[in-house]
Ligand binder design. Structure first.
Ligand SMILES: NC(=O)c1ccc[n+]([C@@H]2O[C@H](COP(=O)([O-])OP(=O)(O)OC[C@H]3O[C@@H](n4cnc5c(N)ncnc54)[C@H](O)[C@@H]3O)[C@@H](O)[C@H]2O)c1
Length: 329
């Protein structure tokens, strides 16, 4: 009789075993494997809860990572009412199943995994695509922005970090999370003030608006959008010298370029730089220091499944016992 025991792993345990460095390395490797064709990952599916009167949505994001032999699914949603309950906007869980039998191996609280892997993405992309990293602008200073800057601080040098948010309280809380920051923080009154002269601009809000305008962007700049809806004017994408992406399929259906894709202005062929293929050595990243590069970071389930698999490896090596549930009972 095959044993069918599943681990239930909570947030504290996850945080104990995974450092920012672990997650950055795992994200980079997983992107590379995806570029090499070693990951199976259907596009994510969104369930729009607003149709049921709940202000929110959740995504089902399955993946199989062959080099780790890890199969699983991330279930992640954004819920507008969470803040009032003291919960983060984004809530995630990761399910890992045995790749040969489908037996549940682990059910993992996915918040930290989601947050850190989300932050790892702009850090790796900045390393590959930025012409300079002296001045970084962050529009939307919430939780994903915190993890983004944390991961960036592990990977690239920065002199000035400009913050833009509709909430000054959010800007102040963000600054308080980096008490020993070696860079200068600047709170901006307008997005234009934040963007003019910036080397790297990251939008990571839950807005659906033109937060960045094309005339504000200097030569050689890198704009990365991470929010689930529109965050720049169409011209930021249209007039970019190069368009980069973490994954093509999903980028046509969600995020900043969705509407341009619906109008037929962006197609699968529009993405000049596909990060997984860059890491696999199949195409160059930035080739001209004067290029204005626009990058969409749509976020993919393979990253959470891979980080979940890494956590299981680390737990097994530690010998720590976690809650086991016999799934036959
Ligand atoms: N790309 C990915 O891999 C990925 C992963 C997880 C979450 N996300 C997305 O990232 C976004 C942010 O998530 P979060 O968990 O940080 O949310 P959050 O609520 O913690 O932070 C969002 C911040 O954006 C600010 N904001 C809202 N509208 C704004 C506007 N018009 N201008 C400036 N700032 C504005 C809010 O005040 C808040 O501080 C969401 O869209 C989420 O779906 C992306």
């Amino acid at each position: 009789m095959v044993e069918q025991k599943a681990m239930i792993i909570g947030e504290e345990t996850v945080r104990k075993y995974l450092t920012a460095e672990d997650v950055i390395e795992c994200v980079e490797k997983t992107w590379k494997w995806y570029g090499e064709g070693k990951v199976i990952m259907p596009n994510k599916i969104t369930t729009d809860m607003s149709e049921a009167g709940v202000p929110g949505w959740f995504n089902s994001m399955p993946a199989y990572i062959a080099p780790m032999d890890v199969a699983g699914l991330k279930v992640v949603g954004g819920y507008d009412g969470n803040k009032a309950l003291g919960l983060p906007y984004i809530k995630a869980n990761v399910v890992i199943t045995d790749s040969r039998t489908g037996i549940l191996r682990a059910l993992i609280s996915g918040d930290y995994i989601n947050d850190m892997r989300t932050g790892a993405q702009p850090a790796i992309m900045t390393k590959l695509l930025a012409a300079s990293t002296d001045i970084i602008t962050i529009i939307g200073t919430g939780l994903m922005a915190y993890y983004s800057l944390l991961c960036m601080s592990k990977v690239v040098p920065m002199k000035e970090v400009r913050l833009c948010d509709i909430s000054e309280q959010a800007q102040d809380a963000f600054i308080a999370r980096f008490p020993d920051a070696p860079w200068k923080f600047v709170k901006c009154k307008t997005n234009e003030e934040g963007c003019r002269g910036a080397d790297v601009i990251i939008t990571v809000t839950n807005a659906n608006a033109n937060l960045v305008e094309e005339p504000w962007l200097k030569k050689g700049s890198l704009v990365m959008t991470m929010g689930s809806f529109r965050e720049t004017s169409f011209d930021v994408v249209r007039k970019a010298d190069k368009i980069a992406v973490d994954q093509v399929g999903q980028s046509l259906h969600r995020g900043n370029v969705k509407e341009l894709a619906e109008m037929g202005e962006i197609t699968a062929d529009s993405f000049d730089i596909r990060i997984p293929e860059v890491l696999a050595g199949m195409m160059p990243a930035r080739t001209d220091p004067e290029d204005r590069i626009y990058a969409q970071i749509i976020g993919t389930g393979m990253l959470d499944v891979a980080v979940g698999g890494l956590l299981l490896e680390k737990l097994a090596a530690s010998g720590e016992q976690v809650t086991l549930v016999d799934m036959t009972k």
